[in-house]
Design a protein around this ligand. Structure first.
Ligand code: ATP
Ligand code: MG
Length: 294
């Protein structure tokens, strides 16, 4: 039996978080595919489809797609975004990276900086990190919460549950406005992260990617995994599912992400807009005018 893009998309989908356990998902899974070469054809096919579907999304100008990427360092967010979006029209797609918040951003509510950058109709928006940092890094390092200058009486033991509720509400709002949300957790193992950090230290061309802060975050691995599990449990829904994508093999990560995007766009049954009959009548005159041009 050969694997379809839909199979790949469904296998890693979490659309009801209640029973989600991170340990049920393997970081080094490649399902029935054994090598990069075997996956290459499927990936090529998915990227061709993606380019075609993006053309329709743009022309129809009704739906928007928001892709959210979250992961530990060196899981391959940047490379996945680069490869998967390599064939799409840059005019129809925009990438935003969210780092530690600036002073201006800290003066606003936590959704402010991301809400300003939601994709327009017909576009694909990509968030490299997102408002999910608010229940991940901010939960692991409580000092970030202090920096947010929230009124003291609002910071209670319920703060994380409240953030999950607010995030789920805003994602429901997006869905009701035609913004389709798909969230990717690139699930890399701690061992593979170590290998990749070593390469960053050893290979001169990769040195720039190394940051001592990444080693410090690595020490908090168990706390991060707990935060990811709890976040996915509380925010995976039918309309805004999480995909727990195996990330120990980059070629497989890219294939799964591309499959999810293609499957999502296909489900929208996108069409090129119809031309109104009165406009079509003008075609003959336009054709004649072009032919008769001197
Ligand atoms: P790469 O994966 O290529 O290293 P990066 O996305 O990790 O890129 P960095 O310059 O390392 O980029 O910085 C991003 C850092 O900002 C991350 O450690 C992230 O957890 C942190 N960050 C993002 N949002 C917030 C937030 N709301 N509060 C505190 N820290 C945040
Ligand atoms: Mg980093």
């Amino acid at each position: 039996m050969s694997i379809t893009l839909k199979d790949l998309s469904e296998r890693y989908c979490v659309c009801d978080g209640k029973k989600f356990r991170l340990k049920d998902f393997e970081a080094d899974d490649t399902w029935k595919l054994e090598s990069k070469d075997e996956a290459a054809k499927l990936l090529e096919h998915s990227l061709d489809k993606l380019a075609e579907l993006q053309g329709r999304l743009y022309a129809q100008n009704e739906w928007a797609l928001l892709l959210i990427f979250q992961a530990m360092d060196a899981a391959g967010k940047d490379g996945t975004i680069k490869h998967v979006m390599s064939g799409v029209n840059p005019q129809g797609c925009e990438v935003f990276s969210f780092k530690a918040p600036s002073a201006e951003e800290l003066d606003h509510d936590f959704l402010w900086r991301t809400m300003k950058n939601l994709p327009e109709r017909g576009r694909i928006g990509i968030f490299n990190r997102s408002y999910y940092e608010e229940t991940l890094v901010v939960r692991v390092h409580k000092e970030f919460l202090t920096k947010q200058k929230l009124p003291e009486k609002l910071v209670t033991k319920n703060i994380w549950r409240e953030r999950f509720e607010d995030i789920s509400s805003v994602e429901r709002y997006m869905g009701r406005n035609g913004i389709i949300v798909r969230k990717f957790f690139l699930n890399v193992s701690r061992e593979e992260q170590k290998e990749r950090f070593m390469k960053r230290l050893d290979e001169p061309k990769k040195n720039w990617k190394f940051s001592a802060a990444d080693i410090r975050e690595r020490q908090c691995w168990p706390q991060y995994m707990e935060a990811y599990e709890d976040t996915i449990r509380h925010t995976a829904t039918e309309q805004a599912p999480w995909y727990v994508v195996p990330a120990d093999h980059k070629w497989f990560t890219r294939l799964v992400v591309a499959s999810v995007i293609v499957d999502t766009l296909e489900s929208l049954k996108l069409k090129f807009p119809d031309v109104a009959p009165e406009v079509r009548k003008e075609f003959a005159a336009a054709r004649a005018a072009l032919k008769n041009e001197k």
